[in-house]
Ligand binder design. Structure first.
Ligand SMILES: Cc1cc2nc3c(=O)[nH]c(=O)nc-3n(C[C@H](O)[C@H](O)[C@H](O)COP(=O)(O)OP(=O)(O)OC[C@H]3O[C@@H](n4cnc5c(N)ncnc54)[C@H](O)[C@@H]3O)c2cc1C
Length: 394
């Protein structure tokens, strides 16, 4: 891995920086910087603006509209995007389903769905978890039974992020009840307006509605909406999860959050001192920066190997594990720094009280990032298995 940037790379970086500076609406930047939840329309508009400029599907191959960038360019792009406090594109379609369709979908499925993912015409949600199947995902019981040209789906999915905004769900269903439980799972695409689908909200600890439980009762789905072969769903699910986990690591966004934090920590708080003058706080900030730098180098290694055509492997679990730990640390530090700066009796505090409230929400929601995409304990098991397998093969 060569970490020296060429003149062409630096010119590319400037071009990206200038574009985000000129095109990211100030209101959007502010909402991202303070960790607020974005509205559906804001996300759709922003995604289309990115796509217009060729900045959305940056990890896709050129044949499907990707820019054909080198790993270095992708890295620099993400750094600049995050540093501008600009949101990333919707991950469920762009980062998760897109690569799955390219690897396992039929030509008809690719032609139908990939362009619509890019334009955000379809909003996808992920129907993996069930009330009885989270970490032990292979135990899922939502069933799809063939009936004429359709499957008839019955069951329930839970913790389904943005199901209330989604037009479609990619869903793991059980098509066979005998044999190994992994072998009876299939990957089905379901339109959310089909009769028999009921989406009910779950309000999370931050007081917001991101999550849902989805009930499916005799939902008819054409057999042509199955991705891959019947019973191939487990293989596809795992492939998708490596992409999901790599993206959850969120290195560039953590770098931007740390930069915002360091800037705020250098401002005078209500006690008349800066938090950087506080030895204990300085040490915590330095530790966060060191952990983030170590994570960044691991991320670079994964990035350079995935662009060579390989799917990210168990390294994605390492990235997810370390990336989410850093996110939680930064959210906690932001809360403390914000508390100091937003102290109501400090007249010139640069942070409004409402920003502090958002920091509290973000901190509360950050507890979830070591659960979604597979809990910490599960990632550690994945890593242990992979290391033991490598050791045994030597
Ligand atoms: C904010 C949020 C958004 C989510 N979005 C989605 C979504 O869009 N779509 C979707 O399908 N799912 C989603 N999920 C669900 C998520 O994937 C699951 O919550 C996660 O996989 C854990 O499953 P569980 O909640 O059933 O917990 P459980 O599996 O019941 O785990 C409970 C605890 O036991 C531990 N544990 C379980 N098994 C083991 C083991 N073998 N070894 C050691 N420890 C173990 C876990 O680490 C955890 O601490 C979301 C979750 C959250 C919190």
């Amino acid at each position: 891995m060569d970490l020296n940037f060429s003149g062409a790379d630096l010119a590319f970086q400037r071009e990206v920086r200038d574009w985000f500076a000129a095109h990211t609406p100030e209101a959007l930047r502010r909402r991202v910087r303070t960790g607020q939840m974005l509205e559906r329309e804001e996300i759709v508009n922003w995604q289309r603006r990115l796509d217009d400029r060729g900045f959305l599907v940056v990890g896709w191959p050129e044949a499907h509209g990707g820019p054909g960038w080198t790993p270095t360019q992708r890295y620099l792009f993400d750094l600049e995007r995050a540093a501008a406090n600009a949101p990333i594109g919707l991950s469920m379609g762009v980062i998760m389903l897109g690569p799955v369709l390219m690897a396992f979908g039929t030509d008809a499925q690719k032609a139908q769905y990939l362009p619509r993912i890019r334009r955000c015409e379809d909003w996808w949600c992920q129907g993996y978890s069930e009330p009885g199947a989270g970490s032990d995902l292979a135990s899922l019981s939502c069933s799809a039974v063939p009936d004429g040209d359709d499957y008839v789906v019955n069951g329930s999915k839970i913790w389904t992020t943005y199901a209330h905004w989604a037009t479609h769900m990619f869903c793991l269903v059980r098509t066979q009840k005998t044999g190994r439980k992994q072998e009876g799972i299939s990957f089905l695409l379901i339109e959310m307006d089909r009769p028999g689908i009921d989406v009910r909200p779950i309000v999370s600890i931050d007081g917001k509605h991101h999550l849902n439980q989805v009930f499916l009762t005799d939902v008819r789905v054409p057999r042509g909406d199955l991705v891959g072969a019947p019973g191939q769903g487990w293989e596809i699910a795992k492939y998708l999860l490596t992409h999901e986990r790599t993206s959850i690591a969120g290195v560039a966004d953590s770098k931007a959050a740390l930069a915002n934090l360091l800037q705020a920590a250098g401002q005078r708080g209500w006690g008349g001192r800066t938090l950087r003058e506080d030895a204990a706080m300085s040490l915590r900030l330095a530790r966060a920066e060191i952990d983030l730098t170590a994570l960044e180098y691991t991320n670079l290694r994964v990035l350079s190997s995935t662009t060579a055509g390989k799917a990210p492997g168990p390294e994605s679990s390492l990235l997810k594990l370390m990336g989410t730990a850093v996110q939680q640390t930064l959210a906690e530090l932001a809360l403390e720094v914000g508390a100091e700066l937003a102290w109501p009796w400090h007249p010139d505090g640069p942070l409004a009280e409402s920003d502090h409230a958002h920091a509290m929400e973000r901190h509360a929601f950050a507890r979830a990032c070591t659960i979604y995409g597979g809990s910490d304990e599960v990632q550690k098991s994945v890593l242990a298995k992979s290391m033991l397998a490598r050791a045994a093969s030597r």
